[in-house]
Design a protein. Structure first.
Length: 161
């Protein structure tokens, strides 16, 4: 079983687009999105994925994650079981130092929100920070994709820049 360790940041400019070595569209929904556990269905680049995530540690940096690729037809069928509110985004992959940042540019009801995540080997691992990184939002639940499904960015009254 895999332990995911990642940190999440707001993005302050669009320089990540020029720096990206790859991008693709993602559509995802949630079969379950309760506190401490989520079951997600994702379609990316014509492939399906099923992901189960456990509760985060107190800092929001680390949690259990299990993911398996599915045939596209099965992922499309599972999407019908998802709760209302899909997440649509373009993901940009940006190399910086020894790490790859995943920058998610949301659309639909979450348009205007752009976040970057970096996966780490340990909670205290150092990493080079690209110039587009803004405020760290690791562990802030409103920025979790499962939360954005239920309470989209367009409904927020206060937005951090």
């Amino acid at each position: 079983m895999a332990q995911e360790i990642e940190r999440k940041f707001l993005v302050k400019d669009d320089s990540y687009r020029r720096m990206a070595f790859k991008s693709y569209t993602i559509r995802q929904g949630y079969i379950c999105s309760e506190s401490g556990r989520t079951v997600r269905v994702r379609i990316r680049d014509g492939k399906g994925f099923l992901t189960i995530k456990g509760p985060s540690d107190p800092s929001g940096t680390s949690r259990f994650e299990w993911e398996r690729e599915l045939p596209l037809s099965e992922a499309e069928e599972l999407m019908r079981l998802c709760k209302p509110g899909m997440i649509d985004k373009v993901r940009y992959l940006v190399g910086c130092g020894d790490h790859t940042f995943e920058v998610d540019e949301f659309s639909g009801e979450n348009v205007g929100l752009v976040v970057a995540e970096v996966e780490l080997g340990s909670i205290d691992e150092d990493f080079e920070r690209p110039s587009f990184l803004g405020e760290e939002v690791t562990g802030q639940r409103q920025y979790y994709n499962s939360s954005l499904m239920a309470r989209p960015y367009c409904s927020w009254t206060e937005k951090t820049e």
